[in-house]
Design a protein around this ligand. Sequence first.
Ligand code: HEC
Ligand code: HEC
Ligand code: HEC
Length: 433
Amino acid sequence: MTPLRSMGLRRALVIASLLSLLIAGGAWWIFSADRVDDEDLDVSTASARADPALVARGRYLAQAGHCAGCHTARGGASYAGGRPIATPFGTVHSSNLTPDAATGLGLWTANDFWRALHHGRSRDGRLLYPAFPYPNYSLVTRADADALFAYLRSLAPVAQPQRAHALRFPFDTQAALAVWRALYFDPQRFEPDAQRSAAWNRGAYLVRGLGHCSACHASRNALGAAADALALDGGTMPAPPWYAPSLASPHEAGLAGADAGEALRLLRSGVSAQASVSGPMAEVVRGSLQHLDEADLQAMVVYLQSLAPPPAARRPTASPALASAHGLDLYEKHCAACHGERGEGAPGVYPPLAGSRALLADPPANAVLAVLGGGFPPATAGNPRPYGMPPFATLLDDAEIATLLTTLRASFGNAGSAVSALEVGRYRGSAGP
Ligand code: HEC
Ligand code: HEC
Ligand code: HEC
């Protein structure tokens, strides 16, 4: 993770340059930066739109991209937008992707749509916020973009006007976005690696592109940008602050050493013998991964298993002397019935806490959020009636949760660092009611 010192410096530098640009007429950037290359323009998709096979393909790709996850408001019509997305700079609201002429994509052409995905620009040229993960979708092929567009055109139009974004100055300006893009965004194409297998390349395309795994799993600087936009080195989400662990590190969620069948099962059903997905990852499995076909999931596993561990993989710090009798009492009373006397869990039902990477991760965000809020793995075809965990936010105070987690991180063969009551309080405060 970027050290705080340099984040502070970088933030100051970039805010200074943003302000000077605003004063000195940032409009130049907006109109000159990244124009659409002519080779992308192709106007022959109108007839293809009605093709049912293309629509079906687009539907599948929309699931692989989890478009509905962001473009559907709670209780709202699918794809009609309006869902608030938290960013470190405020809230943006997703757009209406249904073919309504006044409020959705009704007047869009396939070229407009491609430009949004590949270049991150709206139909009227407006620069789009990267809360829409176009740094990933930029890799989507033109053929796949056309299929997605055909699918969205096939939906029933829903009239739902765009909700205004609520971002802090200067992040609410196009000039700020233009600077951000000049620093951190280049439209990219997916270049297959001829040295690798077809499955690896398919997996890379899905993980880096449509699957936008790095949107959560990359570490970010103070401007919400990843050093490598497609990195999977582990990052903290804005609010609530779930930690999306590194998908390369053997100490976090790296799959390199995992049994390929168990890894596939985790992606498809949300549970495996060792782990159980929770929070935002449960949404990803429920809304996206469980719908992918076997070959695509296998390809993703092949790609994920090939990720080299980072040279300085953060290893949880060991301090096994911290287990306390009070912590073990709390465990007996509240947790052991499900997670087992020795933290062994019940494979596929209750995740084990002995050797659990979710419990041992640094920062301990996910373990704290799990205890505070409880949770369910997603209901999937592979695990239709998941067993859940009750919330303990009202039963245990910050000090008790800290004592309990510190004890568990140092018991059953685990060797993790202590969790403080202050930390628990911080997560409680940002987890919402
Ligand atoms: C992580 C959340 C997220 C996901 C996933 C997501 N979007 Fe979006 N999308 C947004 C947000 C937020 C905006 C609004 C950005 C803005 O207004 O600057 C947006 C804007 C768009 C726009 C531009 C609309 C306009 O009126 O300018 C298009 C097109 C779009 N998304 C298509 C898609 C497609 C297709 C997918 C799936 C492949 C998808 N989105 C997945 C969050 C998301
Ligand atoms: C919306 C944010 C988000 C996106 C997108 C996302 N993840 Fe995650 N992921 C998380 C969070 C948060 C966790 C930690 C919670 C957990 O362990 O389930 C996580 C955990 C994981 C784990 C470890 C699960 C465990 O408990 O051992 C794997 C593996 C994983 N993600 C793979 C992926 C892959 C592959 C993609 C892309 C297809 C992806 N994630 C996309 C947020 C996300
Ligand atoms: C009724 C059964 C039950 C009880 C009681 C329970 N848990 Fe859980 N626990 C679960 C289930 C089911 C999950 C998986 C939830 C998910 O995927 O969102 C889980 C997940 C977790 C996780 C995340 C592990 C992972 O692999 O993602 C931690 C940490 C945890 N529990 C700790 C505790 C602690 C500490 C207590 C006692 C205060 C406790 N649990 C009580 C059933 C339970």
